[in-house]
Design a protein around this ligand. Structure first.
Ligand code: PGA
Length: 226
């Protein structure tokens, strides 16, 4: 089981150190924290398995605002999230860009969590399967690649997918690509166990509930028991 905390644009270096002092991961769970770029060094120094929230497809170049895989590796960062729906929706990232970021970072030796998921309008229009097929089809299998299924309507809304609905989407994704699949979207201590109990749910990508060491610890504990 892999449990990843996506801190988004929360927690500077000081708060990252505070979190690390208060958090302890249970045995038997692969735990990842993805803090903002400016807190990566503190997260690594605190002994957390640390991922970035994005990574570029070139090693260096004229790409204002971007960070490369070698730069992350030099800091001791283990991997990166790519293609989060906030990147796709608010910052114009495309399937092609997500594919290039993923392929390059894997080649550079980083682990990758690549995010896919349909919007509410797409689900209501019956397009969930087509969207997932399109988003997954640009990715190549790799032993360090993990997919996160995050229905956009469940992110930060408190509206979690039902375990059955998550299971259905995860099974579809696994039929398209041989990779572990995490569920993301309003995972909390009180719903983690039933989601993680689904046969094709291999872990969770947690946003809001990962900011608090106790609630993130409780989700990690649910994973260690499932
Ligand atoms: P949430 O975010 O847990 O706050 O819904 C999940 C994510 O965006 O990865």
């Amino acid at each position: 089981m892999l449990i990843a905390g996506n801190w988004k644009m929360f927690k500077g270096p000081g708060e990252t150190e505070e979190f690390a002092r208060a958090f302890s991961a249970p045995d038997g769970v692969d735990v990842v924290i993805a803090p903002p770029f400016t807190s990566l060094r503190e997260a690594v120094a605190a002994g957390l398995q640390t991922f970035a929230q994005n990574v570029h497809w070139a090693d260096e170049g004229a790409f204002t605002g971007e960070i490369s895989a070698p730069m992350l590796k030099e800091l001791g960062v283990a991997g990166a999230i790519v293609g989060h729906s906030e990147r796709r929706q608010l910052f114009g990232e495309t399937d092609d860009g997500v594919a290039r970021r993923t392929a390059h970072a894997l080649e550079a030796g980083l682990r990758i969590i690549a995010c896919v998921g349909e919007s509410e309008a797409e689900r209501e229009a019956g397009e969930t399967e087509a969207v997932l097929r399109r988003q997954v089809s640009v990715l190549e299998p790799h032993e360090q690649l993990v997919i996160a299924y995050e229905p956009v309507w469940a992110i930060g809304t408190g509206r979690t997918a039902t375990p059955e609905l998550a299971q259905e989407a995860h099974a579809l994704i696994k039929s398209l690509l041989d990779a572990p699949v995490l569920y993301g979207g309003s995972v909390k201590p009180d719903n983690a166990a039933e989601l993680l109990a689904q046969p094709d749910v291999d872990g969770a990508l947690v946003g809001g509930a990962s900011l608090d060491p106790d609630s993130f610890g409780a989700i990690c504990l649910a994973a260690s028991r499932s």
